[in-house]
Design a protein. Structure first.
Ligand SMILES: Nc1ncnc2c1ncn2[C@@H]1O[C@H](COP(=O)(O)OP(=O)(O)OP(=O)(O)O)[C@@H](O)[C@H]1O
Length: 112
């Protein structure tokens, strides 16, 4: 299993969620975050307003997925979140040791 973390532009959240649902991803955690990439200190347009601050609002998405679908998930996020402009975000992939569904005690991929 892998934990896929993506940091995306907030207005892309719906498209990314739909793309992930379409390939059968059943669970997702979403957090409002702030961050910067290589364009630190530059301006970026966010909902019509220009930001000249270092930290820009972003959305962090976390999905625990089976190894077999990792590539599909990355492709779906890339396709849905890309505008081609700076700040489109990043996808991080980490090994995931264990998942436990608290209600049933199921573990591993059965708990995803
Ligand atoms: N190395 C990193 N570590 C942790 N978070 C990062 C890192 N790089 C980017 N992020 C997060 O991803 C968000 C979007 O990154 P961003 O797309 O600006 O990266 P970039 O490398 O500058 O790419 P681009 O040139 O397309 O803007 C940042 O605001 C930050 O929250």
């Amino acid at each position: 299993m892998k934990l896929i973390t993506a940091v995306i532009k907030p207005f892309k959240l719906d498209e990314v969620r739909e793309a992930l649902s379409a390939i059968g991803i059943q669970g997702l955690t979403v957090t409002e975050v702030k961050g910067f990439g290589r364009q630190k200190g530059h301006t970026e347009l966010y909902r019509g307003a220009e930001y000249v601050v270092d930290f820009l609002p972003k959305i962090k998405i976390e999905a625990a997925v089976a190894d077999a679908v990792v590539d599909q998930v990355i492709e779906a996020i890339e396709r849905a979140a890309r505008t081609g402009k700076i700040g489109d975000g990043k996808v991080f992939v980490q090994p995931l040791e264990q998942v436990i569904r608290i209600r049933t005690g199921e573990t591993g991929e059965a708990a995803l």
